[in-house]
Design a binder for this molecule. Structure first.
Ligand SMILES: *Cc1c(COP(=O)(O)O)cnc(C)c1O
Length: 459
């Protein structure tokens, strides 16, 4: 499989080059040149374990890694998951919850970032090169990215977070990692300040090149690919039905784009129900065809407090008939005017149903799911469950993706169900452990100097 950019400026690159490129060099997103049709082999996949299935689903997209090596790499990616099923599917009321949070940091981002860490490691070793990952986090991504690459030779990771603005649990999940290749950078300022620092340093192309700077944000195609797997997995756990629906709590459109890709590959997935919190740009789009920026508000499902969905352009590209010029023009309009309109809403537009869920509805759903089914959801999952209950169809199974363990978001859970004990041994163990972080002024030159010094002094 070769890869190209949604905007037409990159073509014919290999899987490994696509992984290392992350964001396409023309500002677009990397997509495969074609989408494999797996319908003829689907029935053979129903008895595979999660890692076996993952290797099968992803293999057609990988053109430059030996199949046996790739299989072992995928097995390592899921070896640290704490559930025998990797991602168990449980009946809850009249839906099925697919728990994606049994990885090292208890959020679904581990599914993709454990894999990406193994991939980086393999590609860098094969090329004899090094990578310095620079990222900014307001919460879950930082710890999952760190967990994906800690201790890996040839990789250093620098994660910035706004001092005092992440939850104590989230900070501990990052700063208790003491591996030599992990640098937790506490920045005095907001998350936006961290993102601006990130942009400034990445825009210094000379510096970026000199220090082999890379990103781990959700636009990397490998992350989307790894997430495609659990749509196939939920179908196999359901007993291979002729049709099923999936509800996806989403912010960046990453998680739900993976479902779109699975459907294009031939999985008998009927509807994708897109669940957002009050930050509803995506819900408004699937209502009206108008993609219009709004203000970002703070909700009790903070990992989805996003207005501009970084993976949206991939869907747009397919909706526009794989026309790079049309895709570039749409994104240009959006950039200039803060809005753009999809004129032709036929075809895949109909695969989606969307809705926005308020904080209050989230808390109520969390509470009623607990009292009626004895299932404790985290607030992101509750956003999905609320919408799933409105879209569930009597004859078609509904899967709802659970994106984090409730103990990661204990204050929203306690608000909904004050009496419940909500903890997880992985998080309890972090309490009182040694931590390490470095305070860096919110200044790009100081950040660059820190990276340069870290690269020179092998610790
Ligand atoms: C990141 C995240 C999401 C949203 O995922 P997208 O890729 O933005 O769709 C939802 N829930 C949790 C817990 C997350 O960490």
């Amino acid at each position: 499989m070769k890869y190209r950019s949604t905007r037409g400026g990159v073509e014919g690159i290999s899987f490994s080059d696509a992984v290392m490129m992350g964001l396409a060099s023309d500002g677009g997103l990397i997509v495969p040149e074609s989408i494999p049709d797996v319908r003829s082999v689907l029935s053979q996949w129903s008895t595979l374990s999660y890692p076996e299935l993952a290797a099968q689903v992803m293999q057609p997209f990988v053109d430059d890694i030996d199949p046996e090596v790739f299989e072992a790499l995928v097995a390592r990616s899921y070896a640290q998951f704490q559930h025998v099923d990797t991602a168990p599917l449980l009946p809850v009321g009249n839906v099925h919850v697919l728990e994606l949070f049994h990885g090292p940091t208890l959020a679904f981002k581990d599914i993709a970032l454990q894999f990406l860490g193994e991939l980086f490691s393999h590609i860098l070793a094969a090329r004899g090169s090094e990578l310095n990952i620079l990222g900014a986090t307001s919460g879950d991504t930082g710890s999952a990215a760190i967990a994906g690459v800690r201790g890996k030779p040839g990789i250093r990771i620098f994660i910035m977070f706004p001092e005092g603005r992440t939850s104590p649990i989230q900070e501990r999940q990052m700063t208790t990692v003491l591996d030599d290749n992990v640098y937790n950078l506490s920045i005095s300022g907001s998350f936006d300040d961290c993102q601006n620092l990130l942009k400034t340093v990445f825009s210094d192309l000379d510096f970026k090149e000199r220090f082999s700077l890379g990103a781990v944000n959700s636009v990397n195609f490998a992350r989307v690919l790894a997430q495609t797997v659990y749509y196939f997995w939920s179908w196999s756990r359901l007993g291979c039905p002729k049709a099923f629906d999936v509800t996806v709590p989403t912010g960046n459109f990453g998680n739900i784009f993976a479902g779109f890709l699975a459907k294009k590959m031939g999985l008998p997935l009927r509807k994708l129900v897109l669940a957002t919190n009050q930050n509803d740009i995506l819900a408004r789009f699937f209502d009206s065809g108008v993609y219009q920026r709004g203000p970002v508000g703070f909700s009790n499902s903070p990992a989805m407090d996003i207005q501009v969905a970084s993976n949206f352009e991939r869907y747009l590209y397919y909706q526009l008939g794989e026309d790079s010029n049309a895709c570039r023009a749409f994104m240009q309009n959006f950039q200039n005017d803060g809005q753009a309109v999809l004129v032709d809403r036929s075809g895949a537009f109909d695969w989606f149903s969307a809705g926005s869920v308020s904080d209050q509805q989230t808390i109520e759903c969390l509470r009623s799911t607990w009292t009626e089914s004895g299932y404790l959801a985290d607030p992101h999952t509750a956003v999905g469950l609320h919408l799933a209950s409105q879209h569930v169809d009597a004859n078609i199974p509904m899967v709802c993706l659970a994106t984090a363990h409730p103990a990661k978001f204990d204050s929203a859970v306690a608000q909904a169900v004050p009496s419940v004990s909500n903890s997880h041994p992985t998080l309890d163990r972090l309490e009182g452990q040694a931590t390490r972080k470095v305070e860096i002024p919110g200044d790009p030159e100081a950040l660059k100097a820190f990276i340069e010094a870290a690269c020179q002094n092998a610790r």
